[in-house]
Design a protein around this ligand. Sequence first.
Ligand SMILES: C[S@@+](CC[C@H](N)C(=O)[O-])C[C@H]1O[C@@H](n2cnc3c(N)ncnc32)[C@H](O)[C@@H]1O
Length: 282
Amino acid sequence: MTFEDIHLPYFDLLLAQLEQENTKLELAFGRHVHWGYWSEPPQGVVSPEDFAQAAENLTKKIYFAANTKNNQRILDVGCGFGGTIASLNENFSGMELIGLNIDIRQLLRAQEKVKAHSGNTIYFEAGDACALPFPDQSFDVVLAVECIFHFPERSKFFAEAWRVLKPGGYFALSDFIPQNFFSPLTAFSSGWPFARGFFGRCNLQYTLAQYRSLAQAMGFKGRIEKDITENTLPTYSFLRALGGELGIKDLSAKVETGIAEWTSRLGLLRYRILSFEKLKSK
Ligand SMILES: C[S@@+](CC[C@H](N)C(=O)[O-])C[C@H]1O[C@@H](n2cnc3c(N)ncnc32)[C@H](O)[C@@H]1O
């Protein structure tokens, strides 16, 4: 798979607005491109500064779920503008940090924005999550922050994560996971016209039970399964207000965000952080 095979209109909009130096967007999505985490979710619309802090909180939750510590070699798959790599760079030392993305435009921005310090090295590479361009057993940690639903197949990505991890290494991700009974209804998310909508192809059909059996089949031991849906909900009012200010007319942007919001508020779609350890022997 190459970038030509995927189409993510939300990134086209983001890159165009960032190019025009839209300061609100720069604050909210110039570093991380994912939902926020509030330990005590506030009422009302949050500021771009507050949203940026919440996005940083979510990233940290995910890399701490992967047992991250100093002096590790870490792969961040679907790295966006390099926000997770930037956060690791700021909080750890002696790290070898590699960000992988299928979209070269995002990698160019990441390269420009994120500079290594504290004895860390940083490298951004183009590639597909389901065909990782790295040798076997070469990472201590693999991360996939809010991106797995775009990948062609979760099972292929899991096999690749397992292959590149050292024995005893950790793999952590976040995903929108439907409740079992609701999963068949989320078929809409990966079919036409949604696959051509604002958020591109998103497969929101994969259940927690499927994750558990995939991990087990692969030789991963499940470590953390955290449901943080409630902590992410202020993201939706923020997105609605921002969309209004930017004058986003794209109907699919409103419909897709609205469906994600209401299925989440109703408890049908859960935002979860999952982490796994690659067992030393299968
Ligand atoms: C919602 S963004 C998350 C970006 C980043 N992880 C963050 O949290 O800021 C989803 C990311 O997945 C990337 N992506 C989508 N399909 C991919 C694939 N097959 N291989 C690698 N990256 C992919 C997109 O280019 C985008 O950067």
